[in-house]
Design a protein around this ligand. Sequence first.
Ligand code: SF4
Ligand code: SF4
Length: 348
Amino acid sequence: MNFLPPILLHYYITYRCNCRCSFCDIWRSDNSEDARLKDVIQNLQDARKLRVRFVDFTGGEPLLHKDLPQMLTFAKKLGYQTSVTTNCKFYPKRAKEFKGKVDFLHFSLDSLIAEQHNKLRGASVFNAVMESIDVARSLGEKPDLLFTITNDNAEQLPLLTEFAKRCGLMLIVNPVFSHTSVHELDIDLLDQIERFRYKPYVYVNTAFHRLRRNGGNKIENPRCRVVSSTIVISPDNELLLPCFHFAQKKKPIDRSLSEMRAEPILREFLAMQGRFEFCAGCTLNCYFDPSFLYRIDTYFFASLFAKTKYVLDKKIRRSVDAVFGKSDRRPAAVIAQSLLMQFSSRNE
Ligand code: SF4
Ligand code: SF4
């Protein structure tokens, strides 16, 4: 479905980060330049003219950008659905600035064991995540918990599933991906993850699993539609082609995005998306997620199913549980502690 306009603006507003996650190398970037508000505003307007519906403000750690609240306000005014993923270090301090501006707010949480989470994140952030959940709930926000599942923390899945349910928050199970292929997830673990896909408050997109089981993207018959589906912009105001992780071209944005997307080079990248040598076996979740929408096949339906369950759980199940007083209103750290004790006594 190449006739569809791009759906997502993947906006890197900073490469700076206050975590040192073992499965990420963005924090190693020596580029500390942040996106300028005036460029972001211009690009948001241009992308909207191209009928882009979603904007993901990403990084690095997006909450390190002082102007993020203004960017979100402007994006909402233009009718975007907004998303932000944070490691939570600064969320409690800045939460009020974001209230009501983020449609999909994600808190990274990789373990209920503080030491394990902090080790994976390379920073002491577990307590900030717990506090962020409490602060967000008190403000009426509905953050999702983003669980990046690796070979080292897969055993946390049952515990985090229960934690999410008690808090009435969605648990997004995100199989770790790495463009260096160093941090791949064992294929055997996919079956284990899929046993949780019908559990309340759990989002498992089996399209990602199918792609991995099939050996990732095939360059002779690519499933990647990154250039069709996504506009990727760097903090230095460059259009990254075809994608962030393997940018072959960094085009300074010196005219409107519509004009730039009409240039011959864009057509070249459209023709080459998923066909470069480095595309063989690619499973970069953030680009396949929108790509799955751009061809009707088994990936499309698997992804659609997962997203429908997400919406039903988040909107309907959550409201019903709230009416019947099912969600646990105690502080997140207390819930986490009681679950840890419960699970450890069960395993003794
Ligand atoms: S918090 Fe995000 S950007 Fe920062 S090091 Fe971890 S994965 Fe990378
Ligand atoms: S297959 Fe992967 S590496 Fe290749 S263009 Fe798509 S997202 Fe980028």
